[in-house]
Design a protein around this ligand. Sequence first.
Ligand code: SAH
Length: 241
Amino acid sequence: MKFRTLKYFLIIWTSCSSSYAQDNSQNLREAMVKEIEDMVMETREYIGKEKLDRRVIEAVRTVPRHEFVPDMYRPYAYLNRPLPIGEGQTISQPYIVALMSDLAEINKNSKVLEVGTGSGYQAAILGELVGHVYTIEIIDALAEKAQRVLFGLGYENITVRSGDGYNGWQEHAPFDAIIVTAAPEEVPTPLIEQLKPGGKLVIPVGPQSRTQYLRVLTKDRAGNVDVKEILPVGFVPLTRD
Ligand code: SAH
């Protein structure tokens, strides 16, 4: 009898503690969403809007960022900051992830390419928003880890490949949008070629030592490309094999 009481106590206690952990990460995500919304407001002159797409905000509210950072950084997972993910790379600042997802103007039917999988967090946000995400990471260990985390979270619409993303992913082209999360000095032409007419390429451009700018390139039906410079950013360099 005593044993049974203890067993029931343990069941109740463990279910309370796991729902506490869940609620807590939900609360932290909510606070992070608020910080992103404030930063969008502060940068409205650059980005030309006061609010991001409601669906992007909903995706940030949903994706458990703490699953994408190394254990030692979990306590900081819901700060609006980039964090180290190993191999000298970083998970981008949540504001930047949300902004790039918004600028890509995607919907649930879109097919999207990401260059620079890193932790897989940006891919997961895109996975919430579109039909399919193809993502390429040049560092094998990061590609494998990201694939494991994304699989564990049940993202069946994200395909991770390890390799150099400079040349895009020809087999799955053309894409409705391409998001690059590492900075080249010039926009790679293969990526422009792999955009659908009307598609958007969201990419930081510039040398490591100087200011880089986040650019949005839009390809029109005739194949002409319009370029908009959005705001100064700091990304790791796009490296080559
Ligand atoms: N989107 C990531 C941010 C990762 S940082 C996230 O949400 O966590 C940028 C990543 O781009 C790094 O992991 C780096 O290894 C990768 N990278 C750099 N050059 C690359 C290239 N040519 N092809 C594919 N990935 C590249």
